[in-house]
Ligand binder design. Structure first.
Ligand code: NAD
Ligand code: TYD
Length: 341
């Protein structure tokens, strides 16, 4: 184990947090890594295999767990959150508890522990829909789903702790992130896995909504840039400019896998489905960050990872996930429409 300063990574067993842990372990080998994660259905220690990090199972909303994990730490990055919009539409309780209360508890404990620098990881979804106009960091927050409203609540608590007590914190607001190790219920893994299993790909509405597809390695590099060079009290958008509508994404996945477009099914739309989230990331560019992956690179790397890692996702999609899948898609697929090019 390294013996340098301690970086605490909350939510470090999740998709982006674990990618960040792997990246920092290689880029800053002298740092000591300490991961705090509750291991919800979305957390998995397998993502941290081979990473030299202390692992503590615990909840960011538990003041004792937060205080004990932060003892002696120099830095904190918080990825811990409930993250899936569709689950927040089924039951938002856990979203409020973790994303608002948990964020407040963890950040307060970091202030008490004298942590020197903090990054709180947030999302473009707090701005609401952009309708083609790129969001800047000082724009109003108009979140439209229980998930994004809970993330906005967390952001506002973080900024309040900075204004009130001088908490040394920055916020990053990242775009839709893709890459290996993302939970199979999120859109790109779900479409890829269904295509590999020759099952229908359930596209909400007509697949017209657009998302920026940021590769997870670019997201991790952005968070480290902000931790090391960001201005305290400042928000940084993390956008790749890879905006594509969902139908384009699904067709690109099928093409990569050489599967037929007849697998595409238009299903009942997500209620309150946000149209798009376009962001201006020039403030982050001022710290020297640029995305390295364009749309094709980010998507192809992701699809290929799922082709090569059936051993990871097959047990997940055959477990508790089946109940979630049936609840979310059973009725939708029964009343779906085929895609006709
Ligand atoms: P994820 O769902 O894969 O991982 C979340 C992790 O947090 C899991 O390991 C889970 O066990 C842990 N966790 C949940 N509740 C916790 C609690 N109360 N205490 C401790 N740990 C807890 O999510 P992700 O995609 O890796 O997202 C990480 C962060 O990035 C989130 O804050 C999310 O809002 C943000 N973000 C995600 C995306 C994206 O597209 N995935 C885009 C922008 C921002
Ligand atoms: P998702 O990965 O849930 O991210 P978010 O809603 O946070 O942006 O979904 C990405 C896009 O894909 C979004 O526009 C919703 C759409 N989508 C579908 O069309 N079908 C699906 O089964 C899922 C999960 C998402």
């Amino acid at each position: 184990m390294a013996d340098g300063p301690i970086l605490v990574i909350a939510g470090g067993a999740g998709f982006i947090g674990a990618n960040f842990a792997r990246y920092v372990a290689a880029a800053r080998p002298e740092w000591r890594l300490r991961v705090l994660d509750k291991l919800t259905y979305a957390g998995d220690r397998a993502r941290l295999a081979g990473v030299d990090a202390e692992f503590i199972a615990g909840d960011i909303a538990d003041p004792e767990a937060a205080a004990s994990v932060l003892a002696g730490a120099r830095w904190l990055v918080n990825f811990a959150a409930e993250t899936h919009v569709d689950r927040s539409l089924q039951d938002a309780q856990a979203f409020l508890r973790t994303n608002v209360t948990g964020t407040f508890v963890l950040m307060s404990a970091a202030g008490d522990a004298g942590v020197e620098r903090i990054v709180h990881v947030s999302t473009d979804e707090v701005y609401g829909e952009s309708h083609g106009q790129a969001f800047r960091e000082d724009d109003l927050l108009r979140p439209r789903s229980p998930y994004s409203a809970s993330k906005a609540g967390g952001d506002l608590q973080v900024l309040a702790l900075h204004a009130t007590y001088g908490l040394p914190v920055c916020i990053t607001r990242g775009a839709n992130t893709i890459g290996g190790w993302q939970h199979p219920e999120k859109a790109v893994p779900l479409f890829t896995i269904n295509a590999l299993l020759d099952k229908p790909l359930p596209v909400y509405g007509r697949g017209e909504q657009r998302r920026d597809r940021l590769h997870v390695d670019d997201h991790s590099r952005a968070v480290l840039s902000v931790l090391e060079r960001g201005e305290v009290g400042t928000v940084y958008n993390v956008a790749a400019g890879n905006n594509r509508d969902n139908l384009t994404v699904v067709r690109a996945i099928l093409e990569r896998l050489d599967r037929p477009e007849s697998l595409i099914r238009f299903v009942e739309d997500r209620p309150g489905h946000d149209w798009d989230y376009i962001m201006d990331a020039s403030r982050l560019a001022g710290l020297g960050w640029q995305p390295e992956h364009d749309f094709e690179s980010a998507l192809n790397l992701t699809v290929d990872w799922y082709v090569e890692h059936r051993d990871w996702w097959e047990p997940i999609v055959s477990g508790e996930f089946r109940r979630y899948y049936d609840r979310q898609y059973g009725q939708r697929l029964a009343t779906s429409e085929a895609y006709r090019p």
